[in-house]
Design a protein around this ligand. Sequence first.
Ligand code: HEC
Length: 217
Amino acid sequence: MRYFFAIYIAVIIAVVSILGFRGDKSEKTPWMIFPDMDNQPRYKPQATNEYFSDHMNSRPKPAGTVIRGQGWEEKEVFSEDYLENYSHSTALYEGKNEDGSWATEFPIEVNYETMKLGREKYDIFCTVCHGAAGNGKGVTSKYGVIPANLLLDTYRTMPEGQIFETITDGKNTMFGYGEKVTPEERWAIILYVRALQRSQSATIEDIPADQRKELGL
Ligand code: HEC
């Protein structure tokens, strides 16, 4: 028993001096009984690297890399003159004119096909909240969401480019749809929104006189 305490204390001193106190900082790699794959050779992002000529670990994207998400078009990724075109139409891609003001004209062709595309995309992406007629009474309005009533004068007079930005990036509680609808589709949606606004404020004067009879008016 006399030696027991002496040996006991000697063992504690030995263990503490080898392993250190809990929480002590150490530069040495810790002992790992099950290392799994915790430690592997790797390069840290943005650190320097003498191997590459630009001395950076981060490598440029290989040519022809395809971006993730669905808001892209083949020509954006594969065509060399895409950037060239892009810089020539800020309205189409950003909803703004070159001087930074909101675009107020459609940078896409306005025809029946575009209108049809706009309707299709509106029904997929907007109807749930803004309602099929654009009056803000979509199904989600029953569950506490308060979507804008797109038929109000505020939105009738809102520049097309500003609506484009709302679709791209969202607004307050509305989520952005830039990743899901291409710029051309966004413009088609705006065209359809304009048609909804027009249709909901139509008067008898809008119908040519000879066609009013057909409607029983
Ligand atoms: C999940 C619901 C939801 C969907 C889907 C949705 N919106 Fe909205 N949207 C809202 C809400 C909520 C607001 C009001 C945001 C606020 O509080 O200002 C709004 C506002 C707007 C505004 C007015 C923005 C402003 O500047 O005041 C426009 C324009 C608009 N939405 C267009 C669209 C279009 C076009 C689509 C389809 C691509 C769409 N929204 C899809 C919920 C939605």
